[in-house]
Each structure stands twice: as structure tokens, then as C-alpha cells.
Design a protein around this ligand. Structure first.
Ligand SMILES: C[S@@+](CC[C@H](N)C(=O)[O-])C[C@H]1O[C@@H](n2cnc3c(N)ncnc32)[C@H](O)[C@@H]1O
Length: 255
């Protein structure tokens, strides 16, 4: 898992999606002005920044295991409290927050049950725990196109639809119920991202970010070139700008 990239590499690949997703997750979670909120697995700070605009940056805390990402989030939202750490062992006392959120993170946690239990612990009774993960099997077009292209060239490809857990609304709901959260609700969040060209789509895969970036980096140049061309073909050989949509499964519950 490579989340040691620069903010620039992350933004080109996933940050442009995360920036658009964050307001939708915030609205779904019902975050209100002035609430004290926690961003778990904040990465370089897309959700951290968006939360700060709603509640005030001094009311935002964030935690992230990757040191370069935590540093990027701290630089992006200087008034927020950003700590290096993991969801499974959150460095805050019980009942500290009104809302804890994890955007595109639950599927990366080594112990998701422990991570969600920790999110519940640090939220006061009646507060909200919310998260979302990509629909890796279908609606996340940028990644689905990549993995379908890779699978067509090598059936043993580690497609994230297969390797990622919690990439299904029912499984997310069960995770929330196991953590003892109440009034659990699901939703579907959809964002659109505009690309200026096919290169604007392809180049970010070569930045080594996340499983798709790690897979691209593992390929010999000729295999990488074949994958690039197969992605281009599957996107309809675009010779100008195009837009891709991405679907995320969201879940929330009351502590
Ligand atoms: C796809 S990124 C999402 C980052 C950010 N939330 C966003 O929306 O851009 C996944 C993040 O989860 C972090 N992560 C991985 N394991 C984690 C864990 N056990 N606890 C908290 N964060 C974790 C990674 O370091 C990475 O920053």
C-alpha cells in the first residue's frame, strides 16, 4: 500500500475525487457549524479542509498514519489538530467529538472493526460516525476502467473489486451495526471529475499512489504501455476533454 506520495501526486490521482466527495459526505453526516469533528485517515486533507469550512478549522481534528500525508494536511489546514496515528488506536479521550468521519479509509484499515469501534468511542452519545468507500466493482469509473483493462491483459491482476473489503453497502452497514451504532443509514454519493485529456487520466497512475499506482509501478515498461493503450481504448480513444463519474457507498450511525 503506497500512501507515502506527495500531496501533488495524490491530488492528481485521488485528491480531485476526494475534494468533490467531501462536501457530500459532510452533508450526509449532517455536520453543523461549530461542531467538534474528527477526520480519520485524512490523507493530505481534502475532507479536513472541507470540514473546516463548515465547523471552523479550529474545531477540526484529523489523524493519518502516513507522515507525509499528515504533514500535508497540517499545512493545508493549519488551525486543525492533525496527529500521526491509526484508526484502531485513536489518540483522543472518549466523548471528545460530535462527529467522526472516514472518507475512503475503512477499506484500508487493518482492523476495521477496531477502527470503527474507536470512532464510536471518541464520539459522545448521540453523535454521528460516518464513512464512505468507493464502489470498486462498478461505479468508480476511473479505477474500474483501469482494473478491467489490467484484467484483460492478466487475469491474475489484483483488482481492487476483489482485494478491497467494505466495498458494498450491506457489508458497511453490518460493520456499523457490529460497532453498536444505532439508526444506521446508507446512501450513495456520486461525483464527476473532468479530465483535460487521456494523459491527464493516465499520468496520475504513474505517481505510485494507492494500489493502482503500486500495480502500475510493478509492471515492466512494455506491459505498462499495453495497459495504457487498453485504458485508452476502453475510454473510447478520447482526443480531448472528458468526464468520469464515481460512486461511493456511504454509511452513518448514531453513537
Ligand atoms: C484513499 S486515501 C483517503 C484519504 C482522505 N481521507 C481523502 O479522502 O482523500 C486512504 C487513506 O487511509 C489511510 N489509512 C490507511 N490505513 C489506515 C488506518 N488503519 N487508520 C487510519 N487511516 C488509514 C491511508 O494512509 C490514506 O491516507
Amino acid at each position: 500500500m503506497t500512501f507515502t506520495a506527495t500531496r501533488g501526486a495524490y491530488d492528481a490521482f485521488m485528491g480531485r475525487y476526494a475534494d468533490r466527495l467531501a462536501p457530500l459526505l459532510i452533508a450526509f453526516a449532517g455536520v453543523q457549524q461549530g461542531e467538534r469533528v474528527l477526520d480519520v485517515g485524512c490523507g493530505p486533507g481534502s475532507l479536513t479542509e472541507a470540514l473546516g469550512k463548515v465547523v471552523g478549522p479550529e474545531h477540526v481534528a484529523a489523524v493519518e498514519p502516513s507522515e507525509p500525508f499528515a504533514a500535508a494536511a497540517a499545512e493545508r489546514v493549519p488551525a486543525a489538530e492533525v496527529q500521526v496515528g491509526a484508526a484502531e488506536s485513536l489518540p483522543w479521550a472518549a466523548d471528545t467529538f460530535d462527529v467522526a468521519l472516514a472518507q475512503l479509509v475503512v477499506n484500508f484499515m487493518s482492523e476495521a472493526d477496531a477502527g470503527v469501534a474507536e470512532m464510536r468511542r471518541v464520539v459522545h452519545p448521540g453523535g454521528t460516525v460516518a464513512a464512505c468507500t468507493w464502489d470498486y466493482s462498478g461505479g468508480m469509473t476511473m479505477l474500474r476502467t483501469f482494473w478491467d483493462a489490467a484484467l484483460s491483459l492478466d487475469p491474475d491482476t489484483p483488482d481492487e473489486a476483489r482485494t478491497m473489503r467494505y466495498n458494498d453497502p450491506d457489508v458497511l452497514r453490518e460493520l456499523w451495526l457490529r460497532a453498536g451504532l444505532e439508526a444506521v443509514e446508507n446512501d450513495v454519493l456520486v461525483v464527476e471529475v473532468a479530465y483535460t485529456s487521456f494523459d491527464d487520466y493516465w499520468e496520475p497512475f504513474t505517481g505510485g499512489v494507492g494500489p493502482a499506482g503500486a500495480y502500475t509501478a510493478s509492471l515492466e515498461p512494455d506491459r505498462r504501455g499495453a495497459l495504457r493503450e487498453e485504458c485508452r481504448r476502453r475510454l473510447g480513444n478520447p482526443d480531448g476533454p472528458f468526464t468520469l463519474s464515481a460512486t461511493a457507498w456511504a454509511v452513518k450511525g448514531r453513537a
